[in-house]
Design a protein around this ligand. Structure first.
Ligand SMILES: CC(C)(COP(=O)(O)OP(=O)(O)OC[C@H]1O[C@@H](n2cnc3c(N)ncnc32)[C@H](O)[C@@H]1OP(=O)(O)O)[C@@H](O)C(=O)NCCC(=O)NCCS
Length: 203
């Protein structure tokens, strides 16, 4: 039987901003790892991967979906001003450079040297810095198709009071995710390698 057994969407109060002073729950970290297996953070141990997600709570950029029926976190979203998200990511990499390097199987010494210096590519910076971005979203497999992803996106959008719009990236092969975004009013914008950018104008 599904651990969730949710017959109806979780109530709006179930989507919450993560607390800055508490690491995200184990299910949220696990969900990140399973949903983004190619992301370098997925190779780190739970405490550091949790610290990565917690970083975004500093600027109210981490939303968590909590199912009160099972008292379990079933989804999360990271989104906000692109410049802020990039700054937090770089700060995290600097703070954990040695552990990130240790988790890299190859080029350990090279990684140790390079990681603290990582910045978003210059070609992206100018175009992206004024923008807002939905960077990660995932819902636990047993809770999918029940409106949790939509509720996370709606809560995030409600937090963007002065933003005309925002964008997100997904993989070209990830047809389910692209259809999810399109169902929420996103339109395909540009393609970059295997990635597709989708944009949404808020009214
Ligand atoms: C993509 C994901 C977040 C969707 O979450 P969800 O809670 O299942 O989505 P919802 O139930 O809120 O669905 C919202 C809308 O999207 C549509 N949708 C969701 N997944 C879909 C899919 N795989 N194919 C087609 N449509 C889909 C729903 O039909 C719904 O449309 P409607 O409201 O008009 O009926 C979830 O499937 C997931 O975590 N996937 C793995 C991680 C991932 O791919 N993240 C995105 C990386 S860029």
């Amino acid at each position: 039987m599904s651990a969730l057994a949710m017959e109806q969407p979780i109530t709006a109060g179930g989507i919450m901003l993560a607390r800055e002073d508490a690491l995200p729950s184990a299910p949220v970290v696990d969900l990140f790892r399973k949903s983004f297996p190619r992301h370098p953070v997925s190779r780190l141990d739970d405490a550091v991967a949790g610290a990565f997600l917690q970083t975004f709570a500093q600027t109210d950029a981490l939303f968590v979906a909590h199912d009160p029926a099972t008292n379990r976190d079933v989804g999360f979203l990271v989104g906000g001003a692109t410049a802020t998200l990039d700054r937090l990511r770089v700060a995290f990499i600097r703070a954990h450079a040695m552990r990130i390097a240790a988790a890299s199987a190859k080029n350990n010494s090279l990684m140790r040297m390079l990681l603290p210096r990582l910045r978003p590519a210059k070609s992206f910076r100018a175009a992206r810095y004024a923008e807002t971005q939905l960077r990660f979203i995932a819902v636990a497999p047993e809770a999918r198709g029940l409106g949790v992803g939509r509720q996370l996106v709606e809560k995030f959008e409600a937090s963007l009071d002065h933003q005309p719009g925002y964008h997100t990236w997904t993989m070209m092969g990830s047809r389910g995710a692209a259809r999810f975004y399109e169902a929420l009013g996103f339109e395909r914008d540009i393609t970059f390698g295997e990635h597709v950018r989708l944009c949404k104008t808020l009214r």
